[in-house]
Ligand binder design. Structure first.
Ligand code: M6R
Length: 619
């Protein structure tokens, strides 16, 4: 939810921290701040985006632009507010009464009110409304007796309940950064005589590819001499040799590459990302290899039912997965919002297979659902994009979607890659269970392999879709309707529009419209139909008639050369035909573009929509 970065080395600390924050800004962007160790702790923090903080730093030009740094030590933060409104005061870093300790935090301290009261009774004065500030005061309190930074942090963490990824500096021991992790991720990059810690690899990769992932319940002590990792409550140094991983991320992948927004770049990357999701996993005969779950095939094939759990767009992908798996592999599937699943004591049998779908692999609700299912004895399998993320690591096994970094807050290429992976799983299990014939397997495979080319054709419609956006950008409400495999696409189209353009939009199963939402339809209501040629085509046509009879404005996603739908529609967007269960991979793309252009035309911040963050690491 928030982004943390910390650096020790000889580079210009301001440049390192600000460029790290810019890469993490997608995680939260309502305020930003830095703490630099000089003679004391220099802190600058501001409500607003990182660029505002960067501009203000120019007031300190002689230090900020200096070219010689004997040793640079600092931490920084970009925030998505939970406790306390976005403001200068509530921005991180948060300090203690003496100003000697500075803390940046991603997560939530659940018992902060109790701790705050105790600390106030001991004379501590709080400046912010945040939960985080108790950490700096607690450390200050313990330091009075211990006179030791590490011990004081460890003692403070003993008293803290909740989740955290932390970066802490202290003016008494200025050559150290302490990082700690309980829940929220922390990764430590090991450079040549320099070290950088961050909430995710994108802030690290410009400096080094060698990283250590801090585990849940660990503390890292970073100094010019190296990195030491301990369990939070222990003094024993852990062996790190086997824990150094090489990042597979490149800088190009996390830059805009000439596109005005990450979202547009990511939409246009889909021919490539889809190819990467299936590369080496399928052939034209319909034979599928998924190495990540190979050892679990017995469990998977003998499971009575699957549960798919996820949030947001990943949940929509899960819903398409249910339709695929039930229709073609004949496996019963329940699809659950992770946020509901985790709190309702669901019945889980030991032979259940629970699939967790997550782009980031860090979504707090999905992670909690994973832990719950695991504790109840189920097999938990991840369908994740970010390699090495918590969900990927805590799952028994899984399949990476290999979509590449997705930075725009609105998920686009991850969704279509999730659908590719779900169709591979369906094909694999359908074949293994004898529910898909070799002929059908080969037909699906050939269609799947041709999908990236078909996506390229749809992307050529960008100007046409932009013109439609111009016509509809000022409407206040939209309905998105689809049936069967394309019902989840209607949900996804509506989510894309509302999250980036702030227009109210609802996705509905087309046939459900007559049970209520039809009352909304008049000549001012744009209705986006996914009316492609599949098993429910004729049924969708009837639903379109119902909208037309009430003068709704119809925009249809149709299969090429379909006159019937065209006659009923005010506008059409024609997409190529494909196998029914693969259609959502194509039909969603015009909806991504429509939402994108409408949002840009309305002057919205497409990559960083208000109130949102890319990874929701709080519940
Ligand atoms: O990283 P995850 O896939 O677990 O994220 C789940 C949702 O937070 C995410 O899909 C969200 O709905 C996006 N903003 C949708 O565009």
């Amino acid at each position: 939810m928030c982004g943390i970065v910390g650096y020790i080395g000889k580079r210009n600390i301001f440049e390192v921290l600000i460029s790290g924050l810019k890469r993490l800004e997608y995680r939260g962007y309502d305020s930003a701040g830095i703490a630099i160790l000089s003679d004391d702790v220099f802190i600058l923090k501001r409500a607003g985006k990182v660029s505002k903080l960067e501009n203000e730093l120019q007031n300190f030009a002689p230090i900020v632009n200096s070219t010689s740094f004997s040793l640079s030590v600092g931490i920084a933060h970009t925030r998505w507010a939970t406790h306390g409104e976005p403001s200068d005061i509530n921005a991180h870093p948060l300090t203690d009464c003496t100003g000697k300790f500075a803390v940046v935090h991603n997560g939530i301290i659940e018992n902060y009110q109790i701790l705050k009261k105790k600390l106030e009774s001991l004379g501590h004065i709080f400046k912010s409304q945040t939960d985080t500030e108790v950490i700096s005061h607690l450390i200050e309190e313990f330091y009075k007796n211990t006179k030791d930074f590490i011990t004081s942090v460890q003692l403070a963490l003993n008293h803290i309940e909740g989740t955290y990824g932390l970066g802490i500096v202290c003016a008494h021991e200025p050559e150290k950064i302490i990082v700690a992790r309980k829940g929220s991720p922390i990764i430590i990059g090991l450079g040549d005589g320099e070290y950088i810690a961050a909430s995710d690899p994108s802030a690290i990769v410009a400096l080094t590819r060698n990283v250590i992932y801090l585990e849940h319940g660990e503390i890292g002590i970073i100094s010019p001499d190296g990195v030491e990792v301990r369990k939070i409550h222990s003094d024993e140094k852990l062996d790190l040799d086997s824990r150094i991983h090489e990042l597979a991320l490149s800088l190009d992948e996390i830059e805009k590459g000439g596109f005005p927004h990450f979202m547009l770049k990511e939409i246009f990357e889909q021919p490539e990302s889809l190819l990467n999701s299936m590369r080496g996993r399928i052939n034209e005969k319909g034979e599928v290899k998924l190495g990540g779950i190979a050892d679990f095939m017995d469990k998977i094939l003998n499971s009575r039912r699957f549960i798919i759990t996820a949030c947001g767009t990943s949940w929509h992908a899960g819903l398409v997965g249910k339709y695929m798996l039930e229709q073609y592999a004949e496996i019963p599937v329940d699809v659950e919002y992770a946020s509901e699943f985790r709190y309702r004591n669901p019945v889980i049998f030991p032979d259940d297979v629970v699939w967790l779908i997550s782009q980031s692999g860090e979504t707090a609700d999905t992670l909690a659902a994973l832990r719950l299912a695991k504790a109840k004895g189920a097999t938990v399998l991840g369908i994740v994009n970010v390699v090495g993320s918590t969900i990927a690591r805590e799952s028994h096994a899984g399949v990476y979607i290999h979509a590449g970094p997705e930075i725009g807050v609105a998920s686009t290429k991850a969704f279509t890659s999730q659908l590719v992976v779900l169709s591979l799983i369906t094909l694999l299990l359908g074949r293994e269970k004898g529910k898909i014939s070799p002929e059908l397997a080969s037909e699906i495979a050939r269609e799947l392999i041709s999908i990236p080319e078909k996506v390229k054709k749809i992307l050529e419609l960008n100007d046409h879709i932009k013109a439609l956006a111009e016509k509809y950008k000022d409407h206040h409400n939209f309905l998105y309707l689809g049936r069967g495999f394309n019902y989840p696409v209607a949900l996804e189209g509506a989510l894309k529009l509302k999250e980036i353009s702030y227009i109210h939009a609802e996705g509905y199963p087309a046939a459900e419209m007559k049970h209520g939402p039809i009352a909304l339809i008049d000549e001012n209501m744009p209705v986006v139909f996914i009316a492609v040629k599949d098993g429910v085509y004729e049924k969708v046509l009837s639903n379109m008639e119902e909208v037309k009879a009430r003068k709704g404005k119809i925009i249809s996603i149709v299969t090429e050369l379909d006159d019937k739908v065209a006659k009923l529609s005010d506008h059409t967007i024609q997409i190529p035909q494909t196998f029914d269960m693969l259609m959502p991979i194509l039909s969603v793309i015009p909806l991504q573009l429509l939402a994108y252009h409408i949002a840009v035309m309305r002057g919205c911040d497409v990559d960083q929509p208000r109130n949102l963050a890319k990874s929701v690491t709080v519940e």
